[in-house]
Each structure stands twice: as structure tokens, then as C-alpha cells.
Design a protein around this ligand. Structure first.
Ligand SMILES: Nc1ncnc2c1ncn2[C@@H]1O[C@H](COP(=O)(O)OP(=O)(O)OP(=O)(O)O)[C@@H](O)[C@H]1O
Ligand SMILES: [Zn+2]
Length: 669
């Protein structure tokens, strides 16, 4: 850190210390509450008077004294009366017609107050010194640059980490088969470390679980420990954020010490993003603390030798903010993704959590799964729990579908859940949109194979299409960009062709397309008309808060030409996508409808659907789909007039043969 930063930190430090010092002085010279000695009868009569005034008093009896605190203010008047051993407060109150059962008026306490007060009093008089000592210690630590190894300040706060052996197994985790498979390997490592050691295999030290909240990251980690029969230690990154400097690091040290003593075992670090954010900018103690905690975790992990057999599993839903140091080999170099479950996953999770819950005959888990797109595992579990509570409240013996329906609404609308539930229509539109992308990608030469099409909502997007890059790409050619643009417009075009209208769902695609097309023209020299010229983006000149307008390094004429070229490129991409989807409309309908049912289509399934013969049977199926459609069917007939007419006559279909069937391209897995 620079000198400047240090100076800043020191001043911030003093700004914090000064008010504390002032507080301490005020505390020392504060007006003492004064306890007046009175007789029992005086105290009682005062109490009676206060009750008549509807004022809440506290009566404490114990240690031979009756203390009356009159009123609830901080420096309420206090009276103490000495009692003899036969004094029975309830009896006396009764005799005096004081209703001591009304908590609004009288708070009756029977603890022995004096030792606590005495102790507190002593503590209070020492408080300034204790605070001073803490401050001095903290300063000392600061000036040491927060050296973790030195001092045992954090040690005294050492917490005993309970490493329990969870009884959870993989059967309790449902719908995340891929993740389970990957973690199975970790289980093997933990169970038979010698087997791997004998072969010289390096046991992974760290594994990062990535996924949105409630997708079972904690659960599956516990299940790994449960399967392997090893202890499970857990800690959460967010615990460290508010701590004093050094405490977090020492906690981490304690945790790992115990973990190593109990190896083989699992250390689970939840919310690692809370400490594992990119190091760099930041100011103040909590930032320092985070950095030190993170450093300590890295130090511990680096210190494992080959037979440590402690595996650290960290969980996050923000892998993008993590410090790259965490992801380096030998640290959290393995990542396992836990996504929100698709329909099959939700059925499986429903089955797991329905165990032990008596369900009525009308309950169909399939139907429930269908109604809950976007639910995480935790939401699904929560849904069943809510339904069970509702059924109990209605004095039912079994949970029926009506409770389930209501529980869905609760989970969706309830404060805990913000994820959306999609209407049937929105689901259809999303499906056609995504299959539009996928089909265009499938038909073009320069796009990667389709890896997955899904209408399970993720983040902002209602669905997504994933291509599987066949190689790392650093250079993009013009044809690649052109196909990419058509692919990106595939969703928009599919909506247009089928439902005859476009939705806001394509706005991201359109933004991306526009950006790429602009870059092609202005940065990459991919427009023959303008040639290889860096036509820098418009720069906004903002100086000292004043906007001086835009600065261009080209003329008005060129600006117009750029716009025209961008327009042409996008138009051509649009036409390409349009032609492909028109020609494959039956495929579009068949695959989209399948996607609506299954919510996710993996690459191979998409491929086999794509390759289905489009004979009479298929045409018949299309017709059945269209006639059976609720609402307006995805035919889009009659809406075509409003389309921009395809201008470029892209040669079809010869050139657009499915590319992955020839010798140079093998069908992807
Ligand atoms: N795949 C699943 N199978 C069965 N139950 C699940 C699954 N996913 C989540 N649950 C249920 O949801 C609960 C919460 O999940 P968990 O705490 O493991 O999620 P998480 O991903 O760690 O969440 P967070 O990111 O908020 O910490 C689990 O205890 C379990 O009951
Ligand atoms: Zn899209």
C-alpha cells in the first residue's frame, strides 16, 4: 500500500478513535443512578401510586433486598428496602391489593441482583482501561502490517469447530446428477487416499461449487462428507467481514488446525466471495480483514502436503468477483456448477422431500414440477414444507393438491422468493426463441455445436442456448462474425415467424448484434465499403463535470456510411436467420414443443431431434400441435407482410446443408 493510503488509513483510524475516547470520558463522568433506601411500606405505597398512574415499575426481590425501579427510563428512580427472611413478596402484594400478574404494570423479578450488579459495576469501572488496552493492541497489530503469524490476540477467541460426520448422503441430493458424478471422485479420494497416493496422484485440495442460492451447495458438500464418512467442518465467509483485523485469519488457522488433526475431512467455506473478492481497491478495517482472511485460507491450502487429505469445498454464487488467486492450480482449480433444476430435477427433488409426508392421491409430483419452473432446490423443499404446514392448519391427515397450489403461490409471491413463474404463453415464446437460436447455429458452418437449449430461467434471461466451443478462439473472421450475428438474431426471428410478434426477450440479442456489427465496421475493417480504418467510437468529452459534446474522428458523411453498413450487415444476418427458420419451420415447431415439455434439451437430444425425418408422420404431428394450440398458434401466418423482405438471396438450401455430417466435422458428442 502506498504512503498516501497509509496516511489515509491512519486518519480514518483516529477519526474512529476520537469519538470512542469522548464516549469513555462521558461514561466515567455520567450521572450515577442513585438508589434510595426506604422501608418496605414506602416502596409498596410508591409502587401502588405508580400503578394507579399506569406506569410500569420493576420489582426485584432477592438477597434480602427489594428493589423498586420506578418507570422505564434509563435513570429511573430506584428505591431499595431491606427485607427480613420471612418476607413473601407475592403474599405482601396480594395483601396490598396489588395485581402483580399484570405485566403491563409490574415486572416482578426474583433473581438475585446484587452479585451481577456488583460484577457489572466493577467491569464498568474497568471498561475504559479494557477499551484502551484493546485499542493499543489493535494499533500495534496495524503497525505490524497485520502480521498473521505474530501475537496470539486472535487465539483467545479461538472457537472450537465441531467437525461432525453428517448422515446426509447423495440420495438426499436430487436433480444434480452431473455434480454428483464429479463429487463422487472426491468421495473416492477421501475414502481411499492410499489408492491414489500409491499411483502418485495429487489429491485435489480445493473445489469451488458455483450456483445460485438454494441449489444445494451446502447440502451436497455435507453429502460428500456423509458418503465418505469423514468429518465436516464449516465456516462462512460472511462471518469475517465485520471482524477486527486478525481475528478472521486466526479463526481460519484454528479451523484448519483442527481439520488437519481430523483428516481425512472436508472443510466447507460458504459464501467465499465475501472474503475472496478481488484484492485491490478498498479502505478501512473490514477490507483489510477480508484480505487477511483470504490470505490465510490460501496459506493454509498451500501448506497442505500430499498426505494432508483435507479437501476444501468453497461455495459461491458470484464466481465472477473472485480473486483470480483463488482459482490458481492447487487451490480451487476445480469447479462444479449447480444450476437451478430442470423439470426432471424438480421431480426428483420433490420425491426426496415428499418422503415422510403423507400425500393425498390427487397429488401429482409431475404436475407440481411443471408448475414450478425457476424454482431452486431450496424453493422446492420449501414448497413441500409450506404445503405440509397448510395441511396441518386445515386439520388434514394428508397433503392434497390444493395445499400444494397454495404453497406454490406462497413460495413465489412470498418475501423469500423473487424468481418469476412463467405463464404458459411466455414459456412457449421463450422456447421458440431459444430453439430459433439453436437451429440457426445448427445450420450454419461457422457456429459451434449446440450444447444445451433451456427455458429454465437464469438471471435476467428467460432461457438460454449454449454452444460448445470446439476450440479457444482468439481470432474471429468475418464469416464467423456473420454467422454469429445470424445466430444471435435467431431468437428474434423465430418469434416473428411463429407468433408473428416480437417481445422484449430479444433486447439483449439485439444489443449484442448491434455492438458486433458496429465493431466489424469501425474496428476490424470488415466493411468493404469503408475499408480498414479505425473509426473510433464516439467519445464523450466530459471534463470537470461538464459535457463538451461528442468528438469524432470522422466526418458526417462517414458517420452515415457507418450506419448504413451496420444496417446492411444486420439485415443480411436477419435474412440468413429468416431463411433458415422458414425452411425449418416444422423442425422449429417440433423441437420447441419438445423443449416446452422438457425445459432443457441437451446437445445430443437436440441433435437427434434435428435429424428426425420430416416425413408424413412429422407433418401430421405438426398439424396436431397447431390445431391443439391454446391461444394463437405458432404459425405466424398472415403476419409475414410486416417483415422486412429478405433482400439478400442467400443460396438455399444447397449451401446450408447441416455442416456436421460431412467428413471434416464429426457430430459433436
Ligand atoms: N438438489 C437438491 N436436492 C434436495 N434438496 C435440495 C436440493 N437443493 C436444495 N435442497 C434443499 O434446500 C435446502 C437449502 O439448500 P442449501 O443450503 O444446500 O443451498 P445452498 O446452495 O447452500 O444455498 P446458499 O447459496 O443460500 O447457501 C437444503 O437443505 C435442501 O433441503
Ligand atoms: Zn435470445
Amino acid at each position: 500500500m502506498s504512503n498516501n493510503g497509509k496516511w489515509l488509513r491512519t486518519s480514518v483510524f483516529w477519526l474512529l478513535i476520537l469519538p470512542i475516547a469522548v464516549l469513555i470520558i462521558v461514561f466515567i463522568f455520567r450521572p450515577q443512578t442513585y438508589v434510595k433506601s426506604v422501608s418496605v411500606s414506602t416502596a409498596l405505597s410508591h409502587l401502588k401510586a405508580d400503578i394507579a398512574k399506569k406506569q410500569l415499575d420493576t420489582v426485584t426481590v432477592g438477597n434480602g433486598t427489594l428493589t423498586l425501579v420506578r418507570g422505564q427510563t434509563a435513570n429511573a428512580q430506584q428505591e431499595a428496602a431491606t427485607l427480613d427472611s420471612t418476607f413473601d413478596v407475592t403474599q405482601v402484594l396480594k395483601e396490598n391489593n396489588i395485581d402483580y400478574t399484570n405485566p403491563e404494570l409490574i415486572k416482578l423479578q426474583f433473581e438475585s441482583p446484587s452479585p451481577i450488579w456488583g460484577w457489572l459495576g466493577t467491569l464498568a469501572s474497568f471498561l475504559p482501561f479494557i477499551l484502551l488496552a484493546v485499542i493499543v493492541l489493535l494499533m500495534f497489530r496495524q503497525s505490524q502490517g497485520g502480521n498473521n503469524q505474530a501475537m496470539s490476540f486472535g487465539k483467545s477467541r479461538a472457537r472450537i469447530f465441531m467437525g461432525n460426520k453428517p448422515s446426509v448422503t447423495f440420495t438426499d441430493v436430487a436433480g444434480v446428477e452431473e455434480a454428483k458424478q464429479e463429487l463422487q471422485e472426491i468421495v473416492e479420494f477421501l475414502k481411499y487416499p492410499e489408492k491414489f497416493a500409491a499411483l502418485g496422484a495429487r489429491i485435489p485440495k480445493g473445489l469451488l461449487l458455483v450456483g445460485p442460492p438454494g441449489t444445494g451447495k451446502t447440502l451436497i458438500s455435507r453429502a460428500v462428507a456423509g458418503e465418505a464418512g469423514v468429518p465436516f467442518f464449516s465456516i462462512s465467509g460472511s462471518e469475517f467481514v465485520e471482524m477486527f483485523v486478525g481475528v478472521g485469519a486466526s479463526r481460519v488457522r484454528d479451523l484448519f488446525e483442527q481439520a488437519k488433526r481430523n483428516s481425512p475431512c472436508i472443510v466447507f467455506v460458504d459464501e467465499i466471495d465475501a472474503v475472496g473478492r478481488q484484492r485491490g481497491a478498498g479502505l478501512g478495517g473490514s477490507h483489510d480483514e477480508r484480505e487477511q482472511t483470504l490470505n490465510q485460507i490460501l496459506v493454509e491450502m498451500d501448506g497442505f502436503d500430499t498426505n494432508t487429505n483435507v479437501i476444501v469445498i468453497a461455495a459461491t454464487n458470484r464466481p465472477d468477483v473472485l480473486d483470480p488467486a483463488l482459482l490458481r492450480p492447487g487451490r480451487f482449480d476445480r469447479q462444479v456448477v449447480l444450476d437451478r433444476p430442470d423439470i426432471r430435477g424438480r421431480i426428483a427433488i420433490l420425491q426426496v422431500h415428499a418422503k415422510g409426508k403423507p400425500l393425498d392421491t390427487d397429488v401429482s409430483l409431475d404436475v407440481l414440477a411443471k408448475q414450478t419452473p425457476g424454482f431452486s432446490g431450496a424453493d422446492v423443499a420449501n414448497l413441500l414444507n409450506e404445503a405440509a404446514i397448510l395441511a396441518a392448519r386445515r386439520n388434514k391427515r394428508k397433503i392434497s393438491m390444493s395445499e400444494m397450489e397454495e404453497a406454490i403461490d406462497r413460495v413465489v409471491a412470498g418475501p423469500a422468493r423473487k424468481s418469476r413463474i412463467i405463464s404458459e404463453r411466455e414459456k412457449s415464446i421463450t422456447a421458440y426463441h431459444e430453439v430459433g437460436h439453436a437451429l440457426v447455429a445448427r445450420m450454419l458452418r461457422n457456429t459451434d455445436p449446440v450444447h444445451k437449449v433451456s427455458i429454465v430461467a437464469r438471471g435476467q434471461a428467460g432461457g438460454f442456448t449454449m454452444l460448445l466451443p470446439t476450440e479457444d478462439r482468439y481470432l474471429w473472421s468475418k464469416p464467423q462474425f456473420e454467422d454469429m450475428l445470424a445466430y444471435a438474431l435467431g431468437g428474434h426471428v423465430a418469434e416473428l415467424i411463429t407468433f408473428g410478434e416480437v417481445t422484449t426477450g430479444a433486447s439483449n440479442d439485439i444489443e449484442r448484434v448491434t455492438k458486433i456489427a458496429r465493431s466489424m465496421v469501425t474496428e476490424y475493417g470488415m466493411s468493404n465499403r469503408l475499408g480498414p480504418m479505425a473509426l473510433g467510437h464516439k467519445e464523450e468529452l466530459v471534463f470537470l463535470g461538464r459535457d463538451f459534446g461528442e468528438q469524432r474522428n470522422y466526418s458526417e458523411q462517414t458517420a452515415r456510411e457507418i450506419d448504413e453498413e451496420i444496417h446492411r450487415i444486420i439485415q443480411e444476418a436477419f435474412d440468413k436467420a429468416y431463411n433458415i427458420l422458414q425452411q425449418n419451420k416444422s423442425r422449429l415447431i417440433l423441437i420447441s414443443e419438445r423443449l416446452i415439455k422438457e425445459e432443457t434439451l441437451e446437445g445430443p437430444i437436440f441433435e437427434s431431434l434435428f435429424n428426425q425425418p420430416l416425413g408424413d408422420d412429422a407433418q401430421e404431428e405438426v398439424q396436431t400441435i397447431l390445431t391443439g394450440y391454446v391461444g394463437n398458434p405458432p404459425t405466424g401466418n398472415g403476419e409475414k407482410k410486416s417483415l422486412p423482405l429478405p433482400r439478400s438471396s442467400y443460396p438455399l438450401p444447397q449451401q446450408l446443408q447441416p455442416p456436421y455430417n460431412n467428413e471434416t466435422n464429426t457430430p459433436h458428442p
